[in-house]
Design a binder for this molecule. Structure first.
Ligand code: CU1
Ligand code: ZN
Length: 170
């Protein structure tokens, strides 16, 4: 509820420089027919958080999963082109139908990797606006917390912090 009020306030203040930037949800929309830039799957049909990548060319790419978003964005050639990455805040979203009103900047997001929640293209990389929500998710579904700079192709290809480890507390 508090998040909602902040968001509502943020929207009303949009355009006003006094509005605290991290309370204003960046605008992105997954359309019915959008396909993942990386794998071609229909984005909206996948469970779990999705992502978008805005490029210097002003193109916006959409991804079936935060995993595919990072698989793309972490490639050195792509990295140079990326202006902004957005991910769903699952702290205020249903896992199977993430709310497009709840996109957050990937650089300020919290990540849980190694949970037992299912997403497209491999182990889910769950994304949250707030650390507390990420921790609550990890407590419930397993996995470890990470921040943007921790996310690497090596991490995504490993099962570090995976389901087994999570249940053992490491
Ligand atoms: Cu896919
Ligand atoms: Zn994909």
């Amino acid at each position: 509820m508090r998040t909602f009020l902040f968001l509502a306030a943020g929207l009303m203040l949009a355009g006003c420089s006094e509005a605290p930037a991290h309370n204003v949800s960046p605008i992105a929309q997954i359309e019915q027919q959008d396909r993942c830039h990386l794998c071609g799957m229909v984005v909206i049909q996948q469970p779990g958080p999705k992502g978008t990548a805005d490029l210097a060319t002003e193109q916006r790419l959409k991804f079936c999963s935060t995993r595919d978003l990072f698989e793309f964005a972490l490639q050195p050639d792509n990295r140079r082109q990326v202006v902004q990455l957005l991910v769903h805040d699952m702290g205020s979203s249903d896992w199977f139908r993430p709310d497009d009103e709840q996109f957050v900047d990937a650089e300020s997001a919290w990540y849980v990797y190694g949970s037992n929640r299912k997403a497209a293209m491999g182990p889910a990389l769950a994304t949250f606006a707030h650390q507390k929500a990420a921790q609550a998710f990890a407590d419930q579904y397993g996995g470890r917390l990470f921040q943007f700079d921790d996310i690497s192709l090596e991490l995504l290809r490993s099962h570090k912090g995976g389901q087994h480890a999570a249940h053992q507390g490491h």
